[in-house]
Ligand binder design. Structure first.
Ligand SMILES: [Zn+2]
Ligand SMILES: [Zn+2]
Length: 165
């Protein structure tokens, strides 16, 4: 979705609210993806010589756990606002994405906000213990650690036995 900021500065007397659906399924979010279309709401409101922009959305982010590689699905909310002054439109370093005609690329803004919000390290749960280096299964499911513990207990026992002898 494109929004003509220049035009809104000169003619936008009343606030604008646009609901749109963004398809960012082909975009990469540091390895995570958003396969389903995102419902978003974009608002623009002129306040004297400034325009206040507001963008909200909810996305279902799909990735893999950084520790155990299980699939992770999490809801990610976006709630971003920006105040633009008219002179900002002439600024080559203006931080919001615009097309070659200077129109605000709202979908690209949504992508950037999401990219910023989604954690670079996704976890299936905060206490995920990852994979066992011995058997490659999830640590919670494998028995290597228990085996290792019992072996060391046996070792201690055998020292005791030696001492007793
Ligand atoms: Zn995990
Ligand atoms: Zn194991």
């Amino acid at each position: 979705m494109l929004f003509d900021l220049q035009r809104f500065f000169s003619m936008g007397a009343s606030p604008t609210e646009k609901r749109f659906t963004a398809d960012l399924s082909a975009r990469d979010f540091c390895g995570a993806h958003v396969p389903a279309p995102i419902e978003a709401v974009f608002t623009a409101e002129r306040q004297e010589d400034e325009v206040w922009l507001h963008l909200t959305a909810n996305a279902e982010v799909c990735g893999v756990c950084a520790r155990c590689l299980d699939p992770v699905v999490r809801q990610q909310a976006v709630d971003a606002e920006w105040t633009v002054k008219k002179k900002d439109l002439e600024d080559p370093d203006f931080e919001l994405p615009r097309d070659e005609k200077g129109q605000l690329d709202v979908e690209e803004w949504l992508y950037q906000e999401l990219l910023f919000q989604i954690p670079t390290v996704l976890l299936c749960s905060t206490d995920c213990q990852g994979l066992c280096p011995v058997c490659g299964k999830k640590r919670q499911e494998c028995s290597c650690q228990k085996a290792a513990t019992s072996t060391s207990a046996d070792a201690r026992l055998s020292i005791l036995k030696t001492l007793l002898n």
